[in-house]
Design a protein around this ligand. Sequence first.
Ligand code: ADP
Ligand code: MG
Length: 416
Amino acid sequence: SYRKGGYHAVRIGDPFASGRYIAQRKLGWGQFSTVWLAYDTQTSKYVALKIQKSAQQFAQAALHEIEVLCAIADGDPSNSKCTVRLVDHFKHAGPNGQHPCMVLEVLGDSLLQLIRFNRYKGLELDKVREICKCVLIALDYLHRELGIIHTDLKPENILLFSTIDPAKDPIRSGLTPILERPEGGNLNGGSTMNIIEKKLKRRAKRAVANISGRRDSMGGAVVKPARCLDGIDMRCKVVDFGNACWADKRFAEEIQTRQYRAPEVILQSGYSFSVDMWSFACIVFELSTGDMMFAPKTGEGFSEDEDHLALMMELLGKMPRKIAVGGARSKDFFDRHGDLKRIRRLKILPLDRLLVTKYKFSDTDAREFREFVTPLLDFSPEKRPTAQQCLQHPWLNPRSSDGKSKVDAGMSKLKI
Ligand code: ADP
Ligand code: MG
């Protein structure tokens, strides 16, 4: 990918925007870009530098993403809507071409990494609730105030961030946004900033080791047990607006990453904001159990799409006939009675039963979870609750016996 039209190769210390930003280390990458931690010499702060591939179609997509990010920043001057903040953008000329670059606030690891570090066991429900609130604030803002559909909501595109000032508490501030990284995440040495960072990371690692008393076989990196996250105020932001669109200017038919894709997208019966709510429900399940809600596979005599629809119906009940036969692609999957053509026998297991039997939820937890999540998975897109309605749901504000909201009580202990 590091050729003409592809990624721009970056070395530690490389200057960008006439020397304003200095590359520090790689933070991540996606299909279209690499993302670097950079030092902003003008503000003396760290930023995340997203460097897009240079070929025409990628550059075009970046310009669109910048347009969306500008709208997001303009509508949220106090930066409180749980969406990543664009601080600057420019073009960088390299051997592989002209690369659009976005300068973003630095965030930490993704929810996917969080799930991995937790060894796919699922997070405590109170942690899931905190994450849900952030994601819903973002979705409510995007949908209701801006008219934007994200269209690619998934754990990789939600990043943690720390509200702890590193100057006051370097260990905890380092732990929250950037979890220990056994696989990769090479900290290349170099600048002073980098050395300071390394020291902080070493201290953070020692702190974790003290709590857990366990070390990983890979290079001594510490395996992060779930309880290291105890007492840390879990906040996150939605990122990756490369596929986002205004609801009145949709351009793609096939949207969303497979496992988070809504049924109306598979059936091609038109979509709107509620596709993000479907993905959100899939994420809530994944955070709570460690498993994807739907992981369809191609099988003998049926496609991945058909398996996906079957999995949905096994968990949520039969799709109403009108919806099943109402899409441009319905005929590929359903007969005129609204039954799948190639998968005839469904193994029905309702969500709350699954939670109790496979994931050992208590009956109450399973019921309350179902009450929050299943309306978001309504086969009729227009019946799904909006982000604003979800924010009011009792599941997000459980009362403890003294009548106080449990989550808020937990948060107030942590005034940072
Ligand atoms: P793409 O459009 O290529 O998928 P993303 O915006 O999803 O790019 O970024 C790719 C990866 O880079 C993310 O999954 C994440 O690991 C990392 N990343 C992106 N933005 C930030 C940020 N603001 N702070 C820290 N890491 C980031
Ligand atoms: Mg991405």
